[in-house]
Design a protein around this ligand. Structure first.
Ligand SMILES: C[S@@+](CC[C@H](N)C(=O)[O-])C[C@H]1O[C@@H](n2cnc3c(N)ncnc32)[C@H](O)[C@@H]1O
Length: 227
C-alpha cells in the first residue's frame, strides 16, 4: 500500500482540462518564450522583462481570459504588469491579446499565485495588486477554498510597498463582507473608502462581472492601502 505524509494544500481553484482552442494552443507554443516568466524559486527580475525601469509594478492575480488585463495594460502604458493565472486557455487568450495589441508592458506567470508570491515576489516591490472576481466558493463547505483569507493577505502583504494599494472586486455580497472583514482585521491594510459601489476608472467590466450583473448582483470594488 502506498503511504504518504503529504497534506494536500487547499487550493483556490480547480484546474479545468480541455477547451483549449487551436488559436490558444498556438499562442502558447509560439509566444510563451518571450511573454511568459517561468515559475522559479528566485525573485522576478523586472528589469530584464520590461524596458521602462521607472514604471509602477502591478500584479494581477487570476486574470481568467485576460481581456480586462490587456485593456488595463493598454490604457496604462506607463505601468508594468504581470498577470498570474493557472488556467491554460486564459493564458493562450491573453498571449494573443498581447500580440494583437503589441503590449510591451504586460507579462504572464502561468502558475499558482500563492506559490509565486511565496517564491518570486520581492519584499516592498509592488505598487499595486489587482484581484478581480476571485472564485466565490459560495457553498459553506467550500468557503475554505476562498483565495482571500488572513493567511493569503499575510503572504502578499510583504511584497506591497508602503502606500501601495490592493484592489479586489466581487459580485458576491457574502464574499464582499468576508473580504471587508478579513481586511479590517488584518493589521497593516486600511480600507480606503467605504463607498464600495464606485468603480475606479481604470477597471473595465470583466467577463465574470457581466455574468454576475446579468444575475442581478451588485459589484463591490474594495480598495485598501498598505499603511
Ligand atoms: C472567477 S475567475 C475571474 C477571472 C477574471 N478576473 C474575470 O473577472 O473575468 C477567477 C480566476 O482566478 C484563477 N485563480 C484562482 N486561484 C488562483 C491562484 N491561486 N493562482 C492563479 N490563478 C488563480 C482561476 O483559474 C480563474 O481563472
Amino acid at each position: 500500500m502506498k503511504e504518504t505524509n503529504d497534506i494536500r494544500p487547499i487550493r483556490s481553484y480547480v484546474l479545468r482540462q480541455g477547451r483549449l482552442t487551436k488559436y490558444q494552443a498556438n499562442a502558447v507554443k509560439k509566444f510563451s518564450a518571450a511573454w511568459i516568466i517561468p515559475f522559479e524559486k528566485k525573485p522576478i527580475e523586472w528589469e530584464n522583462h520590461f524596458s521602462n525601469q521607472d514604471a509602477r509594478k502591478i500584479i494581477e492575480i487570476g486574470f481568467g481570459m485576460g481581456t480586462t488585463t490587456a485593456e488595463i495594460a493598454y490604457q496604462l502604458k506607463d505601468d508594468n504588469f504581470i498577470g498570474i493565472e493557472v488556467h491554460t486557455p486564459g493564458v493562450g487568450n491573453l498571449l494573443n491579446l498581447i500580440m494583437t495589441n503589441e503590449l510591451k508592458n504586460l507579462k504572464i506567470i502561468h502558475h499558482d499565485a500563492v506559490e509565486v508570491f511565496e517564491s518570486m515576489v520581492e519584499i516592498d516591490s509592488l505598487d499595486a495588486i489587482h484581484i478581480f472576481f476571485p472564485d466565490p466558493w459560495h457553498k459553506k463547505r467550500h468557503n475554505k477554498r476562498r483565495l482571500i483569507q488572513e493567511k493569503f493577505l499575510a503572504t502578499i502583504y510583504p511584497a506591497m510597498k508602503k502606500n501601495s494599494y490592493l484592489h479586489i472586486a466581487t459580485d458576491w455580497e457574502d464574499y464582499a463582507q468576508w473580504i471587508i472583514n478579513t481586511i479590517d482585521q488584518f493589521d497593516g491594510l486600511e480600507i480606503k473608502t467605504r463607498e464600495y459601489f464606485i468603480k475606479p476608472s481604470y477597471r473595465p467590466d470583466t467577463k465574470y462581472e457581466k455574468r454576475g450583473v446579468g444575475l442581478g448582483h451588485k459589484v463591490w470594488d474594495i480598495l485598501s492601502v498598505k499603511r
